[in-house]
Design a protein around this ligand. Structure first.
Ligand SMILES: NC(=O)c1ccc[n+]([C@@H]2O[C@H](COP(=O)([O-])OP(=O)(O)OC[C@H]3O[C@@H](n4cnc5c(N)ncnc54)[C@H](OP(=O)(O)O)[C@@H]3O)[C@@H](O)[C@H]2O)c1
Length: 288
């Protein structure tokens, strides 16, 4: 199959391209050089590229992912995350191409005390969440062959992510203060990439939740990362959200239940602690 990937230079997109390369013809695109240039917010460019390349599927990983940046510049966030995604949904529909859209736990308000299913009511509380939900609605309304995959707390041995920041900070600090009253599901980008690649050619369109199995607070996540890295001499101090002020309100509890895969009997996500172990091993190898 011919699979076009947006955001192919990003943390997730690069792994999707690596995985697809083994079985499919992959066309990586991004705003950065090194692959086919495609700014998803440029409507004409999106239609031109899709009409020329005629992919069977688009895996859409491009986004404005700087959550605080989205809060400061909501128009930019909506231009990329909502209008950019809408452009792709329209172009995909016009050539009968399938589309997988990577969405986020930030579509929920985080006020529920129980895990969110794919069937629960969305209610974003940030510009990032609202712009990503607007993109999701466009995909669901416009592109008949769509997969929406909501995920959270994505990490990899490259890119910008929480575990890498923790390991870097632990090299120079003996004490780290970490928020303990926000709970979510860590997701290893490599596992998420495999899940997305598994959707290629599937007739089971619709909305999915995919994360690693289990949930934790940022504090518990940090403790596990440092433990697996053997950096147990670093003290981790639990703090409250209000002690770490940011421009963006974040969901307090955004655990995503993989309800659709559970009901299909196909939920095979591995525990987040196993993914952290693999991440630390890859990080150690990259250091050498
Ligand atoms: N990271 C997480 O924890 C997380 C959680 C839930 C959902 N997600 C979703 O997962 C997807 C992948 O996230 P990620 O963490 O891999 O993000 P990332 O590393 O920031 O990658 C996104 C890529 O998209 C590019 N991009 C930005 N604006 C673009 C535009 N107008 N046209 C084309 N490409 C553009 C970025 O380029 P620049 O770097 O130059 O901006 C970057 O290469 C996103 O849809 C994100 O919303 C991520």
């Amino acid at each position: 199959m011919r699979v076009l990937v947006t955001g192919a230079c990003g943390m997730l997109g690069s792994l999707v391209c690596d995985g697809l390369g083994k079985e499919h013809h992959v066309i990586p695109t991004d705003v950065l050089s090194g692959c086919e240039m495609l700014d998803i917010s440029d409507t004409n460019a999106v239609f031109d590229v899709l009409n020329r390349i005629r992919p069977d599927m688009v895996i859409h990983c491009a986004a404005m992912t700087d959550v605080d940046g989205c809060e400061r510049e909501p128009d930019k966030a909506f231009k990329i995350n909502a209008v950019g995604t809408w452009n792709l949904a329209c172009a995909c529909a016009s050539i009968d191409c399938a589309m997988a859209y990577v969405c986020t736990d930030y579509v929920f308000d985080g006020e529920s005390g129980v895990p969110y299913t794919e069937f629960d009511q969305t209610n974003p509380i940030s510009a990032y969440g609202a712009s990503k939900l607007a993109g999701e609605m466009a995909v669901r309304e416009i592109c008949p062959k769509h997969y929406v995959v909501r995920t959270s707390w994505v990490f990899a041995p490259h890119g910008k992510n929480f575990p890498l920041s923790i390991l870097r900070a632990a090299q120079t600090n003996k004490q780290l203060k970490i928020v303990a009253d926000q709970v979510g599901c860590p997701t290893y980008a490599k596992d998420l990439a495999s899940f997305l690649i598994g959707l290629v050619g599937s007739p089971l369109y619709g909305v999915y939740h995919y994360t690693n199995a289990g949930s934790c607070s940022w504090y518990e996540f940090a403790k596990e990362i440092l433990s697996k890295a053997g950096m147990t001499d670093v003290e981790v101090v639990p703090i409250k959200t209000e002690d770490w002020p940011t421009p963006t309100r974040r969901p307090k509890y955004s655990v995503l239940r993989h309800y659709r895969m559970e009901l299909l009997g196909r939920d095979s996500a591995r525990p987040w602690q196993d993914a952290v172990a693999e991440f630390v091993a890859a990080w150690n190898t990259a250091k050498q």
